[in-house]
Design a protein. Sequence first.
Length: 246
Amino acid sequence: MGNTELNKSFMIETVRNDVSKYLEYYRAVYSKYLSVDIPEFKLKYKLRELKPVVKVIDEIKAVSLSELKSIVSECRKCGLYTTRKNIVFGSGSAKEKLVIIGEAPGADEDESGEPFVGRAGQLLTKMLSAIGIERENVFICNVLKCRPPNNRDPLPDEIAKCSGYLDKQLELLKPKYILALGRIAALRLLNKDSTMKELREDIHNYKGIPVVVTYHPSALLRNPNWKYPAWDDLKKLKELLDKANE
Ligand code: URA
């Protein structure tokens, strides 16, 4: 095989790997919503049979958030380190004993190194202040600490490789409650293949910590009608926090 042929077959292989990673992702995350009704297709991709599986790959030895942050800033476990400008570790405090978890940094967050500073972040700040919570008094972070290029959804492999960092953050912060923003965050914490409707109905459990699930603020910007149910979720969270602080 000549050089051109080799390059061509390398490129084909790379594209094939990328496409199969995307398929794997969409099957895991969106299988419930896919309404493909072609039996051969279902058979080939085993739609609806796949459960989202998140494996914690390794244990991270850090005894403080600052130590953990410096470990994350050196991270090269997945390809996202090649395109990130900054890691977005998370910020705030555990004063309210609440940790809020989003999906992954966007362009503004990648630029600044801070979570939820773009449009979705401004909405999140307003949502919190509507229930009397100052943003500075909660810790806000994401499932992924680096931005996926072009704001694409996180891949299962990226979620799995980043999962030890989030677990360690929660172990160190010891929140009384967790608010998961959107299905990706809920899926990562709960490892449940459920719809947003089902996820919002219950209070879930992550290692003994109650988890409330609501819509991601970006979804609310796209679908303003969901702000009403999201408001119900926030009131539920506020009641729980108030009870815990009585
Ligand atoms: N969306 C997220 O999920 N996280 C951010 O930090 C910003 C936007």
